[in-house]
Design a binder for this molecule. Structure first.
Ligand SMILES: *Cc1c(COP(=O)(O)O)cnc(C)c1O
Length: 387
C-alpha cells in the first residue's frame, strides 16, 4: 500500500472538494444559454483576479499555450524583443520567440537572482527599437519574484509592450494589470486558481490591441481576434474544455468569497512560515527575492538532492519538487500555492526534518515545525486568512 499523498508542488496544486465534484457533472453542450452563463461568470471572475477591465480570454492549453499566444498575437517576423531569462520558465519566452524568427536580446540571470528595474532601463537603451519586453512575475523554477510594477513604469514610457508571465503569481501576489499598465498578462488554471491543469488565460491592454491588429506572425488556433469575436457572443471560437471551465467557475466562487486581499495575505504568511521553518534547520534559500508562491531551498553540501526529493515522495508521501535542468539535485522547491493551509506547511516541514535526518543531516526534530508554528499563529488566531 502507498502512503497518503500530500501535494506540495508549485503546479499542479491541490483542488477543493467542490471543484473536483464539478467535473463529475454530466457534460453540458457549449452552445447553450446555460453554458454561456458559466462562461461569462468565469470571464468576469478572471477579470477580478487579473484586476482588469480588459477581456480575459480562456485557452484550452496549459500555461505555455498562453505564452505562445502572447508572442504570435503582438509580433511580426524579424521584430526585436528583450526577454528576461529568470530561470526555466523565463527562458521559455526566448525559445518561443526564436521559433517564430524573432530577434531576441536575452538577459540571462543566474537562477534566483533579482533584476533591478534600472538594468531594464539600460537594456532598453542599449537595444533600441524593441517591440516588447517579456518577463515573469514569479519564476517558478527558483521561487523568485520580480518587480513588475517598476518594470511597467519604465516600459510604458517606450514603444515596447510589457508581456508578463503571471502563471504562478497571479492570485497569490499583487499584480493589478490596469493599475500597473501591463500590456499582456497571462496565467494558468493549475497554480493559484485551484483548478486542474489544462486552461490558460490571457488579457491584452488597449495598447497591446493595436499590436494585435498589426501582428503578422502565423496564427490560427491562438489568433486572439477569434476569441474576442466569440466573447461578444458569450462563447469560445472552438469547443471549450467544458468540464474544466465549470471547475474554474466553481473555484472562482471560492476565490471571490475569500477576496484578493485575503488570497495575498494567505500566501504571504504560508511563505513566511515555510522560510522560517527551513532557515531554522540551517538551510539556505536559493532566491535573492523569494515570494509568496514557493520556496526554493539549497541542498546542504554532501547531500544528494535527488535522493532527498525521492525520500520525501516515496517514503513520506510528500510531493515537493526538485530543481529543474541544468540545476538538478542542487535545491528543492516546496510550494505554498493555491488551496493549501498552514497544516500543509507543517506536514511538509515535518517530513523534511525526517528526510534530512535519514540522509545524515543533523536535525533533532521539531525545529522547523516550531518556527513555522509561531508564524502560523497569526494565520489561525489573529487574522482569519483561510481560503
Ligand atoms: C507552470 C508555469 C509555466 C508553464 O506552464 P505549463 O502549464 O506547464 O505550460 C510557465 N511559467 C510559469 C511561471 C509557471 O509557473
Amino acid at each position: 500500500m502507498k502512503n497518503k499523498e500530500y501535494l506540495l508542488s508549485p503546479g499542479p496544486t491541490p483542488i477543493p472538494a467542490e471543484v473536483l465534484a464539478e467535473a463529475s457533472l454530466p457534460i453540458r453542450h457549449h452552445r447553450t444559454p446555460e453554458f454561456s452563463k458559466i462562461f461569462t461568470r468565469t470571464v468576469s471572475g478572471l477579470q477580478y483576479v487579473f484586476q482588469t477591465q480588459n477581456d480575459v480570454y480562456i485557452l484550452a492549453a496549459s500555461g505555455t499555450g498562453a505564452m505562445e499566444a502572447a508572442v504570435v498575437n503582438v509580433l511580426c517576423p524579424g521584430d526585436r524583443v528583450i526577454s528576461i531569462s529568470t530561470g526555466k520558465f523565463g527562458a521559455r519566452w526566448g525559445d518561443i520567440c526564436r521559433s517564430y524568427g524573432i530577434d531576441v536580446h536575452e538577459v540571462e540571470l543566474a537562477w534566483g537572482h533579482d533584476y533591478p528595474p534600472e538594468k531594464l532601463a539600460s537594456s532598453l537603451k542599449s537595444f533600441p527599437g524593441a517591440r516588447a519586453v517579456f518577463t515573469t512575475l514569479s519564476e517558478t523554477s527558483t521561487g523568485t519574484v520580480y518587480d513588475i510594477r517598476r518594470y511597467a513604469e519604465i516600459v510604458s514610457k517606450t514603444e515596447a509592450l510589457l508581456v508578463v508571465d503571471g502563471i504562478s503569481g497571479i492570485g497569490a501576489m499583487p499584480c493589478p494589470m490596469d493599475e500597473w499598465q501591463i500590456d499582456v498578462l497571462i496565467s494558468g488554471a493549475q497554480k493559484a486558481f485551484m483548478t486542474p491543469p489544462g486552461l490558460s488565460y490571457i488579457a491584452f491592454s488597449s495598447r497591446a490591441w493595436k499590436a494585435v491588429e498589426k501582428a503578422s506572425l502565423p496564427r490560427h488556433y491562438l489568433d486572439i481576434r477569434k476569441y474576442k469575436q466569440s466573447l461578444l457572443k458569450k462563447t469560445s471560437p472552438f469547443t471549450p474544455a467544458i468540464s474544466l471551465l465549470g471547475q474554474q467557475c466553481k473555484a472562482l466562487e471560492r476565490i471571490r468569497t475569500a477576496g484578493l486581499r485575503r488570497m495575498f495575505d494567505h500566501h504571504r504568511i504560508l511563505g513566511e512560515a515555510t522560510r522560517a521553518g527551513v532557515q531554522a534547520l540551517g538551510l539556505e534559500l536559493l532566491s535573492q527575492n523569494p515570494g509568496n508562491i514557493l520556496t526554493a531551498v539549497r541542498i546542504p553540501s554532501g547531500l544528494d538532492g535527488k535522493e532527498f526529493v525521492d525520500i520525501m515522495h516515496n517514503r513520506y508521501g510528500v510531493y515537493i519538487a526538485g530543481a529543474q535542468v541544468p540545476h538538478q539535485g542542487e535545491f528543492f522547491r516546496t510550494a505554498h500555492l493555491g488551496f493549501m493551509s498552514g497544516f500543509d506547511i507543517i506536514t511538509a516541514l515535518a517530513a523534511m526534518e525526517m528526510a534530512l535526518r535519514d540522509l545524515g543531516y543533523p536535525v533533532k526534530g521539531g525545529e522547523a515545525v516550531k518556527a513555522a508554528q509561531f508564524i502560523l499563529k497569526e494565520c489561525y488566531c489573529e487574522k482569519n486568512i483561510g481560503l
